[in-house]
Design a protein around this ligand. Structure first.
Ligand code: ARG
Length: 495
């Protein structure tokens, strides 16, 4: 019996329409959550005096059997079902009859049912991604700690800008991923409201206890307004948003790494397990895994766009349009979760070539800011010092010399020419400003690549990560406790 509610309709769905209309394929991902949701709802109905204990026991028994059949791979659900909800209800009715099985759905609708299912799946997925993000942060912290004194060129406009370190670069991403974690956690907190018991849109006559189903299903509270609960999808849009931002951060990092793996840089070498080769060019070692992180970011952005478009102009209430939300949401979860995992693995296993990073700093003018700042400490204003330094750089470039070869006279000459000033310049000026380690140690601003500053940042972020981990673990424990509560209640009522 596939149909339990086409009672007003004389004919079955046209075959093509049925296939077009069904959401059973994407619903499979929430099969167990759907059963748990029904069990919690019916336990609550019994506790509220709406469902007899014997009836509840029969319903719970049938649902447990169906769950086992599902886990054993014994169930196939075709397009003759609109979605998994009537499939499960029909199967219960098949097992225990409509007189008892027909009581299972009292006081709810598929509209709140699908919301609670989706939210339960989403919560697990958000936690899995949060866990991966915290693992990625740890990997980055360990690597950054080793490279607080690894000089590297920092770029603006694709041009060599200032001296930095590889550790400082990694810390920049640690901070971004910390914010990503926090966004996921805050998003989780907003998803964590129970929509079940809202019924189709405007509640039910049954005196239900929505807090009780919230408790049994691991929600912090109820999503109070029944219209809000079935109609809104801002929570799904928010998930798509926070995951899009996470992907954006990873995509950008992947772009750096793809570039740095190239022969022009050779800063890093991905491990073989993360590299591919070419079918024609025998020399190739391609960082294609990271290119895919970039590529798959587009897919996640697509999910956000789709979710936003889904609700634009959609009148308030439940509309079938909303059924489509799942398809992209599941894909966004899978793509994001695996992308974080892969990026973490790629970083944990890569080889860093510090010599190449250092080599790139040689003969570069990345110390120009620091030269100007040293000059501005004495008699010149910053703008005068800037102009003197620019003149010095011009002269060095014209002579084919580098900043490492800079002399005090080079500087004094330009200061005299431009401002008619005789300035004092240390004879060790070249070493003072263009020795990478000294230049790094001269940086005094908070958040700069000064090695001690970076070391402190790593330590501080790793401590914060520990706190985030505990917070995350607590969320996981709360779900385990809820699952336990549900299990115990089922055991009590089926005994
Ligand atoms: N399959 C639907 C969805 O995924 C849920 C059921 C709502 N359908 C309905 N006719 N009210 O959104």
């Amino acid at each position: 019996m596939s149909d339990i509610f086409r009672t007003r309709l004389a004919k079955e769905f046209d075959d093509r329409v049925a296939r077009y209309h069904t959401s059973t394929v994407e619903d499979l991902r929430m099969f167990e959550e759907d059963i748990d949701g029904t069990m919690a709802h019916d336990i609550m109905l019994h506790e509220q005096g709406i469902l007899e204990q014997e009836d509840l026991a029969l319903i719970l028994g049938a649902l447990q059997e169906i769950k086992e059949e599902w886990k054993a791979g014994k169930l196939t659900i075709g397009a003759e079902y609109e979605d998994i909800h009537p499939f499960i209800e029909a199967r219960v009715i098949e097992k225990i009859g409509i007189e008892v099985g027909g009581k299972l759905h009292a006081g709810r609708s598929r509209n709140d049912q699908v919301m609670v299912d989706m939210k339960m799946v989403s919560k697990k997925e958000l936690l899995a991604i949060a866990e991966n993000v915290l693992a990625l942060i740890k990997t980055l912290g360990e690597l950054a700690d080793k490279h607080t004194e690894t000089p590297m060129v920092a770029y603006t406009h694709g041009q060599q800008a200032q001296i930095t370190t590889y550790g400082h670069y990694l810390c920049a991403y640690i901070d971004q991923y910390m914010r990503d974690y926090k966004r996921i956690k805050q998003c989780y907190d907003r998803v964590n409201y129970n929509p079940l018991g809202s019924a189709a849109i405007a509640g039910t006559n049954f005196r239900i206890n929505r807090l009780r189903t919230a408790e049994l299903l691991g929600f912090d509270n109820i999503q109070t307004n029944s219209m809000d609960a079935v109609s809104s999808r801002d929570w799904a849009i928010e998930i798509n948003s926070v995951l899009s931002i996470l992907m954006a951060n990873m995509s950008r990092m992947a772009a750096d790494m793809v570039m740095w793996a190239g022969a022009e840089f050779q800063y890093i070498r991905l491990s073989d397990e993360y590299s591919s080769s070419s079918s024609i060019m025998p020399q190739k070692i391609n960082p294609s895994t990271l290119e895919l992180i970039r590529g798959k970011t587009a897919e996640v952005y697509g999910g956000l766009q789709e979710a936003l478009t889904m609700v634009k102009g959609l009148p308030t209430g439940y509309y079938q349009d909303l059924q489509q939300t799942k398809i992209t949401l599941w894909r966004v979860f899978d793509t994001t979760r695996t992308s974080v995992e892969v990026l973490n693995g790629a970083i944990a296993t890569l080889t860093v070539n510090e010599d190449k990073m250092l080599e790139q700093t040689k003969g570069s003018f990345i110390y120009a800011v620091q030269l100007a700042e040293v000059l501005a400490e004495e008699t010149l204003s910053f703008r005068e010092a800037y102009k003197v330094t620019a003149g010095v750089v011009n002269n060095l470039v014209a002579d084919g010399r580098t900043m490492e070869e800079l002399t005090a006279e080079d500087v004094q000459k330009v200061a005299k020419e431009l401002f008619d000033k005789d300035i004092k310049v240390s004879s060790s000026i070249a070493d003072k400003v263009s020795n990478p380690i000294k230049a790094l140690n001269n940086l005094r601003s908070p958040g700069s690549p000064h090695p001690a500053e970076t070391a402190m940042a790593v330590e501080n972020r790793m401590e914060l990560r520990e706190r985030y981990w505990k917070e995350f673990d607590f969320l996981k424990i709360k779900l385990v406790i809820a699952a336990d509560n549900l299990k115990n209640a089922i055991a009590r009522y089926t005994a």
